[in-house]
Design a protein around this ligand. Structure first.
Ligand code: ADP
Ligand code: MG
Length: 206
C-alpha cells in the first residue's frame, strides 16, 4: 500500500540513507563540485523526516507538496530546487488519490522527473541526477505489470546503474561542468543521492 504512511516511511528511509552516506556524497561533490552535497541533502531530508511527526496531513497530495517546499527551502544549492520540484510535481497526478496503484505511481514518478528536467534542462549523459532518474522511471514503467514492489526494485536497480554510468561522462550541467574533461572519472553526487532515494523507495513504498 503506497499510502500516506508509506510515503512518510519512504522519507524516513531516505533520511537514513543520506545520513549513512552523507560523507560519501560530500566526497563525490568535493571531487567535481564544492563539497556540500552531503550536508545540503542531510539538512533537507532531516527536516522532511521530521514532517512525519508534524501532525496530520489532509491528503497525500498535501504531504508531497510540503515535502517539496521543505526541500526547496532547506537543501539549497542546485539540488534543492531540483528535488523540491520533483516532489511538487509528483503531487500533481496524486491529487485525490490516497493509495496509488502501480500505474498511478508510475505517472507520479514520470511527472516528478519531467519537473526535474523542466527546472534543470539536463539531457541524458550531461552527468547529472537525471542520468539516474531517467532510467529509473523507464524501468518502473516497463515493470508496471509486475506490481509496485517489483517496479520499485527495477527502478532502484536502474538508478544505481545510471549513477555508475556518470563516472565515464564529462559534465555539461551544473558546477561540475566548469571542470570540463577533468570531471570524467568521478560519479556525479546528485546521481548518487537519487539512487539512494530510489533504494529507499524500494524498501518502503510498497
Ligand atoms: P551545488 O552544485 O549548487 O553545490 P549540490 O552540490 O547540492 O549543489 O548538487 C549538485 C548536483 O546537482 C549535481 O551532482 C547534479 O546531479 C545536480 N545538478 C546540478 N545542475 C543540474 C541540472 N541543471 N539538472 C539536473 N541536475 C543538476
Ligand atoms: Mg555542491
Amino acid at each position: 500500500m503506497a499510502d500516506l504512511a508509506a510515503f512518510q516511511a519512504w522519507m524516513s528511509a531516505f533520511a537514513e540513507e543520506v545520513s549513512t552516506h552523507a560523507e560519501h556524497l560530500t566526497d563525490l561533490d568535493r571531487a567535481i563540485g564544492d563539497g556540500d552535497h552531503g550536508s545540503n541533502m542531510a539538512r533537507g531530508v532531516d527536516k522532511v523526516a521530521a514532517l512525519a511527526d508534524d501532525g496530520e496531513y489532509p491528503s497525500l497530495n498535501a504531504y508531497l507538496k510540503k515535502v517539496g517546499m521543505t526541500l526547496v527551502s532547506t537543501v539549497g544549492g542546485a539540488s534543492g530546487p531540483l528535488y523540491g520540484t520533483f516532489f511538487l510535481r509528483m503531487a500533481g497526478p496524486l491529487a485525490d488519490v490516497e493509495d496509488p496503484g502501480t500505474e498511478e505511481l508510475g505517472h507520479a514518478l514520470r511527472a516528478g522527473v519531467e519537473g526535474v528536467v523542466s527546472r534543470g534542462k539536463a539531457e541524458l549523459e550531461d552527468k547529472t541526477m537525471y542520468d539516474a532518474w531517467a532510467p529509473a522511471v523507464e524501468a518502473f514503467e516497463s515493470s508496471v505489470d509486475d506490481g509496485t514492489q517489483a517496479a520499485l526494485e527495477a527502478a532502484a536497480a536502474a538508478a544505481a546503474r545510471g549513477r555508475d554510468s556518470t563516472e565515464g561522462l564529462i559534465a555539461r550541467k551544473g558546477r561540475a561542468s566548469y571542470l570540463g574533461e577533468r570531471s570524467r572519472g568521478h560519479i556525479d553526487p546528485g546521481a548518487a543521492s537519487t539512487a539512494l532515494l530510489l533504494q529507499a523507495a524500494a524498501r518502503t513504498l510498497a
